[in-house]
Every structure is written in C-alpha cells, then in structure tokens.
Design a protein around this ligand. Structure first.
Ligand code: MRU
Length: 366
C-alpha cells in the first residue's frame, strides 16, 4: 500500500541482507520513521512497545526475531531461548505462537550452521504468504461490499465501520478488515469508512486514518462511543473488524470495544463481519470468553495521551487526576452469535465450528 504515493510494506530485510527494518508505528501519524532491528531483543521490544502491532505483523516480526537470534547463536539452546523470549512479548494474538512454532518446527531438525539462512528464507515466506492471504480476504470481502452497493442508488457509497487498525499496517500489506475496502476502491465501488478512534492507543485515529488518507479512501474519524448512534440512524451498511485470536467455534478476540460494536450492530440489524487469516484461528480453544488470554497493559496508556502540539512537537499529557487508578484491558471477546460471518482467505463462512471446519477441514480434523 502507499505512503506519500510510494508502495510500502511494514517489515522487510535491509539492503545489507540481514538487518530487519520496520515502520515505527508509535510515531505515526505525525512522523514516518524506519527502525532497524539487529538483535532478538530489538525484535521482542518492538513487539512489546508496539512499534509493530496487529496480529499478523506481530507473527512476522517474531519470525524475523528468530532469524536475528540465530545469526548470533544457532545452537539448540539459543533457538529455544529465542522462542521463549518472543512468546512472552504479547499474550493475545495467536499469530505470534503460530509463527514461533512454525519456525521452531522447521529449524530445530536442521544442523545449526544451516539454521540462519533457512530462518531468513522461512520468515520471508511467512510474509509473502500473509500478503497473498490478505489479498484473498480482500477478494472475498469485496463480494459482500459489491452486493450492498448493488442495492444502493448508483454512486452512493457503501459505509463501513471499522475498529482499531486491522489495516495494512497490522499485516504485511493489504490488511485484513481493510483489504475488501481497498479492493472495492480498485473496482470503482464508492466506499466511506467510519474510523473508530480506538482508545487508549488510538490505532484507528492514528493508523487506520493514516493509511486510508494515503490510499485516498474517503473516511471520517469518530470517537469510540459514536458507532451505536450511527447504526441507529441507518448510517452504517456493515462493520468489518479484524481479530487477534478466533476460537474454533468462531468467538473473536479483538481490540477492546469490539464487543460493544457487535452488540450495537446486532440490535440494529447491521451485518458484523470479522476478517482473518487462518493463522489467527486457535483450533485448541472453544470458548473465547473463558479461554482467550486478555492482555492488560500499562495504565498510563489510559491516564495519558500523546499528540502533536500547535508548534509541531509531539507531547504527552495527563488526562486524569493524579492518583486516580486506571485499568487497561487491551482486548475483548465477541461471542460467535454476534458475528454475521468470518471473511477468510478461503471464503466467507458462518462464525461456528461447522462453518470453520467446512473451510479448513484439514485443520479442524487435526
Ligand atoms: O494492540 P494491537 O494494536 O496489536 O491490536 C490490533 C488489533 O486488535 C487488530 O484488530 C487485530 O490484530 C487484527 S490485525 C489484522
């Protein structure tokens, strides 16, 4: 996707062939900065402090973190230590575990001297696979948007509400929730996106708005409490969100506040879709509310906010009285019964065990 008209991805290997470069998402939208990761610890920290974030990109960064670790030490002990360090970074997005287990499973049987090169090859393949998967999600989601557009007067935009950033910045390219939107734009179908700001980290206001702006997609940023009002007044045609972990029964963990949007959509008859690569499905879990680990982050993300001053300086200010405690639950779970459908790389299915098993029979049987 584009930044200032230039095609970009979120993670790549530098010209020297080994360092891993990322866009520092903590500095968007005010500053575009590229950061080079040189060590396992650089990669783990980038995930923890959310220089990279979003389930698929967390997985890809973990894969490259293993590459960087093996460059320094390709022994069995180092491989195990690298996997353990990366798995501790963030608990909710299951793509992290998927990528670490994929890398470990392929690298452990190799002699240590072959591991670094094999790791870089596999990490690059994980990224390419993610791009292809997101593009396929876009194609399947496009048909949903096309069907809604066909019922509207010609030229009237399909109005999509999204939460958090499940855009290309959360993946390698295309995004999950945004891929159908970008495909609709390519097909000349008019779309307008309601962008939830997504407190406390403002991934909607800072990141989704940034990427839609650079892609030329009409959008409006709204505070998190507005969606229900818009839906009551017929101003949302469909919701599309991403997910960090989806159980085999179709319960969906996503950024905090997603559940409330699903409830509002249910009450107002607005279709509520979740876009996901199959790497986000946790086949080991059934009941998302009880079983998905929910990350709790630093309360300062709630009590403080950062933004650009009139003088062009990025500053952090406190919002709450000094001494008021705050809680910072980063994700919530939307039960499958509130999800109209799951948009995957293999098509759209009901959010249910049968629906997922029909699309991914080999995984459901495993
Ligand atoms: O805390 P974040 O920014 O990593 O949370 C990201 C989300 O919740 C996304 O919606 C999710 O990872 C899907 S990304 C395609």
């Amino acid at each position: 996707m584009l930044i200032d008209g230039e095609p970009r991805r979120t993670i790549w290997v530098a010209g020297d062939g080994w360092r891993v470069e990322i866009i520092d998402q903590t500095r968007l939208p005010h500053e575009f900065a590229i950061v080079a990761l040189e060590t396992l610890e650089d990669a783990a920290r980038a995930i923890e402090i959310m220089q990279v974030r979003g389930a698929p990109l967390i997985g890809a960064t973990a894969a490259y973190g293993i590459c960087l670790a093996l460059r320094a030490d390709a022994s069995d002990t180092a491989l195990e230590a690298a996997c353990a360090r990366l798995l501790r970074t963030r608990p909710t997005a299951v793509n992290l575990r998927w990528a670490v287990e994929d890398m470990r499973g392929r690298l452990a049987p190799l002699p240590p001297e072959q591991r670094p090169a094999a790791a870089y090859t596999r990490a690059a393949a994980i990224c390419e696979e993610d791009v292809a998967i997101c593009r396929a999600i876009g194609d399947h989601g496009l048909e949903l948007i096309r069907a809604i557009a066909a019922r509207k007067p010609p030229g009237e935009p399909v109005r999509v509400l999204t939460h958090c950033n499940a855009g290309w910045l959360a993946t390698i390219d295309w995004g999950t929730a945004t891929a159908p939107i970008y495909r609709a734009q390519q097909e000349g179908i008019p779309v307008h996106v309601w962008v939830d700001e997504t407190r406390p980290r403002n991934q909607g206001a800072a990141l989704t708005a940034f990427e839609l702006l650079h892609q030329g997609v009409p959008h409006t940023v709204i505070v998190d409490n507005v969606g229900g009002h818009l839906m009551q007044h017929g101003m949302v045609d469909l919701c599309i969100v991403g997910t960090d972990r989806t159980t085999r029964r179709g319960d969906v963990a996503n950024k905090i506040g997603t559940y409330l949007k699903a409830l509002a959509a249910h009450d107002n008859g607005v279709p509520f879709y979740v876009a996901l690569p199959s790497t986000t499905i946790d086949w080991t879990l059934a009941d998302g509310v009880r079983e998905i680990p929910i990350e709790e982050r630093d309360p300062r993300e709630v009590t403080e906010i950062a933004g650009m001053t009139a003088e062009g300086r990025v500053a952090t200010v406190r919002l709450t009285p000094e001494g008021s405690p705050a809680a910072n639950y980063a994700f919530d779970v939307t039960p499958a019964r509130y999800v109209t459908g799951l948009i995957t790389e293999r098509g759209v299915c009901p959010a249910s065990e049968e629906g997922l098993a029909a699309l991914f029979p080999e995984r459901a049987a495993a």
